[in-house]
Design a protein. Structure first.
Length: 378
């Protein structure tokens, strides 16, 4: 008799994303949230901006993401001296001879599936206007008056600072084109710092690649994920609460957030959007980078209480306990061990999330080290 096995319905593209997520996370230190965001941006086809101090791994992550994707890519480090030719291609000399002004875009931004703009806010006005149109409407006019669709799926941008509130209209508009925006901080944990120092190559080793066609399939699958009633209610409640606190992201931003959350749910392997997945919305639902991101994170944590945010918070507390403990002082070490055990209990009470198991392993390791160090100190 043939044994009946339950059909396990795995989407091979979703599995590829999960694999890339693991491989990126194994190589790049303390960037799990940024990795999730980069993969979500890719699935949602929404542009991503990372802002952080020099050398915090922004380029490492964004270059790694683009090295995983197939398709045509274009990267540029923008300065105020960068000329439009470098982004959009030179003006065709043969066309000029016939009194036509048209750019040859071969190998340049208008022909790329994926674009990395480093120091994006340094772009001059001459570049900004065209860039804005490409990012938003995904069309380009090479000079001949014909507006053509560009293949662009994703633009990732990096910068050392947020544009200031006094920046001109163009820069504010550019800032708004990035649906996903996140501040990146330096490595916090001691274990992370050791890995940074003593691993000489931090580039991830991918065992797969992903073609633009597969990304498109992922985008469609994510866009058709249904929302649970709880998740819908939570998003609406979050927006109401934010409005009360004076945070009112524009209608386009709110609308796009829905797609971003679906993309994140797809990345998490879900077949329905749950309140849990609203975690990612902390990177979309604000306009002013000075105070609003924190407010948004608090409101989302309060209303949707996503596991991922709890894990991040508990890991931060873990680092604080470790860094403020003197292991040679036995009372101090015992207190720290008790606090770590308490954090572990809280982690154990959370529902499954990709980062949860990793966090618990890390915490147990820290507890073991702490005990060993205090035994040695006796
Ligand atoms: N979180 C991290 N994980 C692994 N390696 C890191 C990390 N942060 C920095 N590094 C190491 O530092 C190098 C420099 O980082 P990277 O060039 O990505 O910084 P950046 O944020 O792009 O800086 P800049 O703003 O100057 O462009 C990386 O190639 C890597 O070796
Ligand atoms: Mg860089």
């Amino acid at each position: 008799m043939k044994l009946l096995r339950p059909e396990i319905d795995t989407d091979p593209i979703q599995e590829k994303f999960a694999q890339a997520r693991r491989e990126l996370s194994a190589a790049i230190i303390e960037r799990d949230e940024e990795i999730d965001l980069a993969l979500t941006a890719l699935i949602a086809n929404e542009h991503l901006l990372l802002v952080g101090p020099p050398g915090c791994g922004k380029s490492l992550l964004l270059d790694s993401l683009l090295s995983w994707t197939g398709g045509t890519k274009f990267s540029i480090l923008l300065t105020k001296f960068t000329v439009p030719e470098e982004c959009f291609g030179p003006v065709s000399l043969s066309a000029l001879k016939e009194d036509r002004y048209v750019r040859v875009t071969t190998g340049k931004l208008p022909e790329a599936d994926y674009v990395f703009t480093d120091e994006v806010f340094k772009a001059s006005s001459a570049i900004l206007n065209t860039l804005l149109r490409i990012l938003n409407e995904r069309v380009y006019d090479a000079g001949d008056g014909i507006t053509r669709k560009v293949p662009l799926k994703l633009c990732v941008g990096a910068s050392n600072e947020w544009p200031s509130s006094e920046t001109g209209k163009e820069l504010s508009a550019l800032f708004d084109r990035f649906t996903l925006r996140r501040a990146v901080s330096l490595i916090r944990s001691q274990a992370g710092r050791q890995k940074l120092l003593w691993t000489r190559n931090h580039a991830p080793k991918f065992t797969t690649t992903i073609s633009p066609e597969e990304v498109e399939k992922a985008r469609r699958a994510a866009a058709s994920l249904p929302w649970s009633n709880e998740a819908k209610a939570a998003l609406e409640a979050i927006l109401r609460e934010l409005a009360k606190e004076g945070v009112q992201p524009g209608d386009r931003r709110q609308f796009k957030t829905v797609g971003v959350v679906q993309a994140f749910a797809y990345l998490c392997g879900a077949d329905e959007v749950q309140p849990e997945h609203l975690e990612v919305a902390q990177n979309c639902l604000w306009d002013d980078p000075t105070e609003q991101p924190q407010k948004v994170a608090q409101v989302i944590a309060k209303i949707a209480n996503p596991t991922g945010m709890r894990v991040t918070q508990l890991l931060l507390e873990t680092e604080q306990v470790i860094s403020s403990c003197d292991v040679r002082n036995l009372t101090d070490a015992a207190k720290a061990a008790a606090k770590l055990s308490e954090i572990d209990k809280q982690l154990a009470g959370l529902r499954g999330n990709g980062r949860l198991d990793q966090a618990r392993t890390y915490l147990k390791e820290q507890l073991r080290k702490l005990k060993l160090a205090s035994i040695e100190a006796i």
